[in-house]
Design a protein around this ligand. Structure first.
Ligand code: C5P
Length: 485
């Protein structure tokens, strides 16, 4: 079977798996293309012209399919060079985690890497073809090593084997992976993984020193058990969450939009906003005066800083902010459910004015006004506290930064400090919503940000400016904690 046929089959299989199509429904000319898949599976060959036609079909389908929307929209691109080590399987999860965060991943695999994971599985996860060959005329015509580098923001080598490190340090370029690494002017992050004795070998020590001097960033290796029984020491590939953090830490300052930094690239920000409506009957409800302007401004700002944003909003009169996934809900319980569904998130900001109570039993019919019967009595029950519930989530479910709001009409700072502790929030943004301030429903806000470091009082600002300052503070919080390696 020719190289072209083998690669094309890999791409077709990945396509079929991703879009859940059968060979008989595949292609522009489904019948003939169904035969083609069967032929390739039996080891048959294919002309370059047919391969081009099939690839063009898959590319056009991919760009129209909602199955990979983030890949198409992603403005942050990682070229992942997979080396040949037992830890290569972790790259499958890594690709998935990066794509969840809106980061597009394209993969290059060394020959050795293909002994551990197949290009088919890698391609199914990247939704792209996987690049393996340096001397493939077809590849060079379509997309060569220079373009692979040019079309990436960051190059990641994982697992970086002793051999790959040696090649990089020595400037070799005898296969696609090393050629891309030699030809690139993009930042490179390597995640070494090898036997401890290889890691501690003087040759590897020399190579690592050289690579660091060349400006290459490293993540790991970790110390621990090796795949081989009884072997332990430094040489384990960094865990996937560590790899993701290191990649985001490097991508964030790199990706420029309109000349500005995008420090929240790869972060998922969840915002609640607006009032909730608690139904009494099909036409009546309990509500409050929240306009949703502050929460919406925060969501828009988070998106402008590169984050993937989910805004869970109660009913408002304002337009959905652009570039944000908005989930419209009405009641507090619906809001909690939508928030839970949107997790995990890196940052959660609870700006909604959630009704504290709902009517115990909402009437399915409109409550009638009957002469002589007086007004109906509404029994109220407490709504779930969304902020408190999410702040108490365990492990990875709790967002790393939980921000609550406190709308008070007296002793603002004192009450807000208590609220921060009671609700388990990291920060509380407190404001005075006494009617004379005009804050509730208005365009301006004067807030105090309460954290474990103390109280920061901001002047009276436009709600957009409050959002900008708050998100800049949140981005700093992450920048300090995700030190590029
Ligand atoms: O207790 P209080 O309503 O003053 O708390 C305000 C903060 O708690 C806000 O961040 C608000 O969005 C959040 N909250 C909530 N669920 C509730 C009540 C308040 O998430 N049921």
């Amino acid at each position: 079977m020719s190289e072209t046929a083998r690669e094309l089959l890999g791409e077709i299989e990945a396509f079929l798996a991703l879009f859940q199509v059968t060979p008989t429904k595949f292609g522009v000319d489904a019948v003939n293309d169904g035969h083609l898949v069967a032929k390739l599976r039996k080891g048959g060959s294919v002309t370059l012209k047919t391969a081009d036609r099939v690839r063009a079909y898959m590319a056009s389908e991919r760009s129209e399919q909602p199955a990979a929307p983030r890949q198409a929209a992603a403005s942050h691109r990682v070229l992942l060079i997979i080396g040949g080590g037992i830890a290569a399987y972790k790259c499958l999860d890594l690709i998935r985690r990066l794509r969840e965060r809106g980061i597009a991943v394209r993969a290059v695999m060394t020959k050795a890497a293909q002994q551990f994971v197949t290009p088919l599985s890698v391609g199914a996860l990247t939704s792209d073809r996987v690049f393996t060959e340096l001397f493939d005329l077809d590849d060079e015509r379509e997309i060569g090593h220079i373009r692979l580098s040019r079309e990436a923001d960051l190059i990641v080598v994982a697992p970086a084997t002793a051999d790959l490190l040696a090649k990089m340090a020595g400037g070799h370029a005898d296969d696609l992976a090393s050629c891309v690494l030699m030809a690139t002017d993009k930042p490179v992050l390597i995640a070494p993984a090898m036997n401890p004795r290889m890691w501690l070998h003087p040759a590897t020590r020399r190579n690592v020193t050289q690579l660091k001097a060349d400006g290459i960033a490293l993540v790991g290796p970790n110390i621990g058990e090796m795949a081989e029984r009884g072997e332990a020491g430094p040489g384990r590939l960094a865990e996937v969450p560590e790899l993701v953090e290191a990649i985001i830490g490097m991508l964030a300052p790199l990706v420029q939009k309109g000349g500005g930094n995008l420090p929240l690239v790869g972060r998922h920000v969840l915002v609640t906003s607006g009032p909730t409506h608690e139904p009494i009957d099909p036409v009546r409800y309990i509500a409050n005066r929240s306009s949703g302007k502050q929460g919406s401004a925060i969501a828009a700002e988070a998106a402008a800083l590169g984050a993937r944003v989910t805004l869970v909003s109660g009913p408002t009169q304002i337009a959905d902010p652009p570039g944000v996934e908005v989930v419209h809900i009405e009641s507090a319980r619906e809001m909690l459910e939508a928030v839970r569904r949107a997790l995990p998130a890196d940052i959660a900001i609870f700006a909604a004015a959630v009704a504290d109570w709902r009517v115990a039993t909402r009437s399915d019919e409109k409550i009638k006004k009957a002469a002589g019967q007086g007004a109906p009595r509404l029994e109220l029950v407490e709504n779930p506290d969304i902020l408190k519930t999410i702040a108490a989530e365990k492990g990875g479910r709790r967002p790393k930064l939980v921000i609550g709001f406190a709308a008070e009409t007296q002793n603002v700072i004192e009450f807000a400090k208590k609220k921060r502790r009671a609700k388990g929030a990291d920060w509380i943004v407190a404001n005075d919503v006494s009617p004379e301030t005009g804050i509730m429903g208005g365009d301006r806000n004067a807030v105090h940000v309460i954290s474990e470091d103390g109280v920061e009082s901001w002047p009276d600002l436009d709600k957009g400016e409050v959002a900008r300052r708050l998100m800049a503070r949140a981005a700093n919080y992450f920048a300090e904690r995700t030190a590029p390696v």
